[in-house]
Design a protein around this ligand. Structure first.
Ligand code: AMP
Length: 416
């Protein structure tokens, strides 16, 4: 016999009870997005490869090594989305949503795909909550987007986090920075093969090389903040000022770059304590040139992505455990089962969760089932009780029991 089929490496089943934690995260995120005026987009998982190649950058790890790309039956090159920002901007432009004077605010939740080496906190299918705001370069929007992220994490009681922030400047500042960086990179030996190539093609990408050796060599490298033009320096200072005024704790991280080419000006990451080496739970920044790179108008914007898989790991253990109150109906015999089924439906209609056994189990077996299902009360319905128009109501934690007339059962349980 052939063996059973397993899921693909780096892709996992998310099962109950853990799904309760995912639901909680998404519910809180949706509530917060709503408060800040964001609306949901639901986008395809597949896009034309060109969308990512043009926006993320050909020299990035994502585009060079990590995309799930294949030709469809007509030979068109398609890619499973590795991230959502380029896609949201594509959808905005395609659907002419950029029109009008107001900032456009969207969020999207779903799986992303990257062919990375799987390890704890790093998967090939992972899940992001994406926030994107388009239409102004005002630093107030940067601050608001960061407030929103901090708000989601705060409501989820994720407290041990560090907000790291930097400015990557505009393309003009980057010309100066790249020139200084290239000189620095050329003067040193020992770079990995990728970085030797990136030195010539896209020196900025050397900064986010994952090799430890390269990271050590980079220690004395020039820093972006020394190359910011006046406008970018002013923008950055204003963002920091607004965060400070709002009491949002942050750490300036002059070495922070993001693994995608489209970022300009503000870039940030949230690192969480307790996650080991893959400790980034969220990352984002400005992408003022992205819409233009994708053939659209000048449409400054910024956003972030929360890594949901990692957030689930650090959510307090008692979060997202589903409903606490549950009733079990232990019915003995066909007639009792019929009454129980009707009662159960009435309770559910009134918003009280409940379950019953359909398989004629003994009372003892049903009581242990009620225990395992975590019922707070069990209603016992046997022939004798039925004949008297009553049921036994048992409080599972204390073992206390009382006889209750059938018509009073639903009101009694609902009152509790
Ligand atoms: P990025 O889109 O690379 O800026 O990543 C944003 C967030 O997504 C990160 O901070 C992580 O929390 C999460 N993330 C990125 N790649 C992975 C992955 N391979 N597995 C799990 N989470 C990931």
């Amino acid at each position: 016999m052939a063996g059973t089929i397993k899921a693909i490496r780096g892709m996992k089943d998310i099962l109950p009870p853990e799904t309760g934690r995912w639901q909680l995260i998404e519910q809180v995120a949706r509530e917060v997005f709503d408060l800040y005026g964001y609306q949901e987009m639901r986008l395809p998982l597949l896009e034309r490869t060109e969308l990512f190649a043009r926006s993320i950058g050909a020299d990035t790890d994502i585009v060079a090594k990590e995309m799930y790309t294949f030709a469809d039956r007509h030979g068109e090159s398609l890619t499973l989305r590795p991230e959502a920002t380029a896609q949201v901007v594509r959808a905005v432009l395609e659907n002419r949503l950029e029109r009008g004077f107001w900032v456009k605010k969207y969020y999207t939740i779903g799986p992303m795909f990257r062919y990375e080496r799987p390890q704890k906190g790093r998967y090939r299918q992972f899940h992001q909550i994406n926030c994107e705001a388009l239409g102004t370069d005002a630093p107030e929007l940067d601050a608001e987007v960061i407030f929103l992220l901090v708000d989601i994490l705060g409501r989820l009681k994720i407290e041990q986090v560090r907000l790291l922030i930097n400015s990557l400047g505009c393309p003009e500042c980057q010309v100066d920075f790249k020139a200084r960086l290239s000189l620095f990179l050329a003067a040193k030996e020992g770079w990995c093969d990728d970085c030797r190539r990136r030195r010539d093609t896209n020196p900025l990408r050397v900064l986010d090389c994952k090799s430890q050796r390269c990271q050590e060599l980079l220690r004395p490298a020039p820093m972006m903040r020394d190359c910011l033009c006046e406008a970018c320096a002013g923008h950055y200072a204003r963002v920091l000022e607004l965060l400070g005024r709002a009491g949002v704790a942050f750490e300036e991280q002059p070495r922070l770059v993001r693994g995608l080419d489209y970022y300009t000006r503000t870039a940030f990451e949230v690192a969480a304590v307790g996650l080991g080496s893959q400790d980034a739970v969220a990352g984002g920044g400005r992408y003022n040139g992205l819409a233009r790179d994708l053939g659209g108008p000048d449409l400054p914007g910024l956003g972030f992505a929360i890594g949901e898989d990692r957030l689930v790991e650090i959510l307090p253990p008692d979060c997202g455990q589903g409903r606490q109150e549950k009733i079990f109906l232990a019915a003995l015999g066909t007639a009792a089962r019929e009454v129980a089924l009707a009662l159960l439906q009435e309770l559910r209609q009134q918003g009280l969760a409940g379950e019953m056994d359909f398989d004629d189990r003994s009372l003892k077996a049903q009581m242990s089932l009620a225990d395992r299902l975590g019922a707070t009360y069990t209603v016992i319905l046997g022939d004798q009780e039925l004949a008297q128009g009553q049921a036994t109501l048992r409080h599972m934690a204390t073992g206390e029991q009382e006889q209750v007339p059938l018509p009073d059962l639903a009101p009694r349980l609902l009152k509790r």
